[in-house]
Ligand binder design. Structure first.
Ligand SMILES: [Zn+2]
Length: 591
């Protein structure tokens, strides 16, 4: 089932709605004056309230309605909101900054002229904004007001639809088939509140639609990172990144609404956008290097099943040209601090076939679940079956592949119309993912003769260690001990329990970063006739190596015995060579 995540609805009046032209692909929302919707962090427009923006800290201030979504999980729901602002703030090399301004009373309603940015759950009615808007069918909606013609964001409200949808907060509950993960939809809506429109690639947080469980909207993708670095760069980051622009034409005329996809030579997507009415596109803020570029026609607005239609980008792309053939790859090298130009041509026509549904990976090849949304797979998963469906896919003789490293793919098998689903042809194959496969957004490709179809970014290879806040420390460890997990106390170098061991070291040691008595510590050494027994504080299941040397200041550390796995709160090792004299010991813990 498809749940449409709403586009940014406009602000205060119908006049403003008519005057704003949400547009230009995944990246920006341009108004009719050609200005991208944005915040000015330094300095903001003089009219912006100090309740909306803290001019001293250059932070956007947000409030949360105190009642959250449920009566039983409220604290976690409020922290999930804070987590999402924290994730956006964590994008490296940007000036995006938030301030938790506190709570507002239950019963809030959207109001983009009250000088208060509020996130809240609608729980009794989908009619909001003083009766002016109905969010029925949406997971959540962002309402913003902006200056005209500057298009500087003045304030926003985010309303989460708790009337029609259930919400959960547990990141480790990876397979909740009924409820939506707060952080997925909210990371998406905060993107809107920063000026982003919808994405042209599958696994992006800003894809127009989310799905139940911890979905691909959770965790910002390369697309959102590029956006934040483009609109809100810090320092000289822009001089270290490359850009690509150009025009897409068909028979000499500009193509409107063509998706332009940028893929690293490793097969992971680096970004995507759609062309404006004049055929131009720009892909900003990607690491310098070698890429492939291709053009893909969005799905027709009349389609029964589709991956991304024009109106999924925004209403102004409803008239996107979908009548051309997808191209192959054009290689391009992007250099730091420059904008390369690459003009692309497409051929008029109707694609021979498209991919409109993704078969989610299953261990039982006889089990089928298809959805017009991205799916995920984890490194180390082996002998799964994955596939694609649509009304017109080939029923024999095609090549079926997925981009990128670390994949072992089987030969295609076919499920023609009627064999599994009426009206749909399917192509499937086995897939195994190496444990060192590069995480990122991969693409399904079906090819037959000169015809090709893509599902760009509709398979996300998940990272083995989740790191939504870009700090190098396992989110699961941070989520276990810190609320919100993006707080400064949760940072790798922080030592909130003051035991002299920072969070990263406690993570490696398996100790509790909030307990000052919990850290790796040498407890005793006892020398007897058979040697010296060294005892240290341990964590059951962790592996340790005792090392020694006889001079504290010089000489190399020698292993004492083999690595051992602790089975309790202490571990010990006998150094049978140390029957007399001075020995220095250290214990190494393995991650
Ligand atoms: Zn949206």
């Amino acid at each position: 089932m498809k749940f449409h995540n709403a586009t940014t609805l406009s602000a205060t009046t119908l006049i403003l709605l008519a005057g704003s032209m949400p547009g230009h692909g995944f990246d920006f929302n341009y108004n009719s004056s050609g200005n991208a919707q944005h915040w000015s962090f330094n300095p903001p427009d003089p009219s912006i309230s100090t309740n909306v923006f803290n001019r001293n800290t250059h932070s956007i201030r947000f409030f949360i309605a105190s009642d959250g979504y449920s009566t039983t999980n409220t604290a976690a729901e409020l922290n999930a909101v804070r987590n999402c602002f924290g994730q956006w703030q964590s994008v490296p090399n940007t000036i995006v900054k938030y301030e938790d301004a506190g709570l507002v009373a239950p019963g809030y309603d959207v109001n983009t002229s009250d000088n208060t940015n509020v996130v809240y759950w609608a729980k009794t009615s989908t009619v909001v904004n003083g009766g002016m808007n109905d969010i029925s069918g949406a997971l959540a909606v962002t309402f913003s007001s902006f200056t005209d013609p500057g298009n500087e964001i003045l304030q926003f409200d985010i309303v989460i639809n708790g009337v029609e949808n259930g919400w959960f907060t547990d990141f480790n509950d990876t397979d909740d088939p009924n409820n939506f993960f707060v952080e997925g939809s909210l990371a998406h809506e905060i993107g809107h509140s920063l000026g982003l429109s919808h994405a042209a690639i599958g696994g992006a947080t800003m894809l127009y639609s989310g799905q139940t469980g911890v979905d691909t909207q959770a965790g910002l993708s390369v697309d959102e990172v590029a956006f934040a670095r483009t609109l809100y760069p810090s320092g000289n980051i822009q001089t270290t990144l490359g850009n690509l622009k150009g025009t897409v034409t068909k028979s000499g005329s500009p193509v409107f609404g063509a998706a332009v996809i940028l893929e690293g030579t490793n097969g992971n997507l680096a970004g995507g956008t759609v062309t404006l009415a004049n055929g131009t596109y720009i892909l900003n803020s990607v690491p310098p290097g070698n890429y492939n570029v291709r053009v893909w026609p969005l799905d027709p607005s009349s389609a029964a099943n589709w991956l991304i239609q024009g109106q999924d980008i925004s209403s102004s792309f409803d008239g996107a040209d979908t009548s051309f053939l997808p191209t192959g790859n054009t290689p391009v090298t992007l250099a730091a601090g420059t904008t390369n130009t690459l003009n692309l041509t497409v051929t008029n026509g109707t694609p021979a076939f498209r991919i409109t549904l993704i078969r989610t990976p299953v261990t039982d090849p006889g089990s089928y679940s298809i959805i017009s949304l991205p799916t995920t797979i984890t490194p180390g998963q082996s002998n799964y079956t994955i596939g694609v469906f649509s009304a017109d896919l080939p029923t024999s003789g095609a090549t079926f592949t997925i981009t990128g490293d670390g994949l072992t793919l089987g030969s295609p098998t076919y499920d023609p119309d009627g064999s599994v689903f009426t009206g749909l042809n399917g192509i499937s194959m086995s897939i195994s993912v190496a444990s060192n496969a590069t995480p990122g957004l991969r693409t399904f490709i079906v090819q037959q003769g000169g015809n090709v179809a893509y599902a760009n970014g509709f398979l996300e290879v998940l990272p083995l260690i989740p790191d939504y806040n870009f700090d190098g420390l396992d989110d699961r460890f941070q989520r276990q001990y810190f609320f919100p997990f993006t707080s400064t106390n949760a940072a790798p170098n922080a030592d909130p329990d003051g035991d002299g061991v920072n969070n990263y070291a406690e993570y490696v040691a398996g100790t509790d970063p909030t307990d000052p008595t919990s850290f790796l510590k040498m407890l005793s050494t006892t020398t007897a006739a058979n040697g010296t027994t060294v005892v240290w504080r341990s964590v059951a299941g962790k592996q340790y190596q005792l090392m020694s040397r006889t001079d504290l200041g010089s000489g190399s550390w020698q292993n004492v015995g083999s690595p051992l796995v602790a089975n309790g709160a202490t571990a010990q090792q006998l150094d049978s060579s140390a029957t007399n004299g001075i020995h220095f010991y250290k214990v190494q813990v393995f991650p």
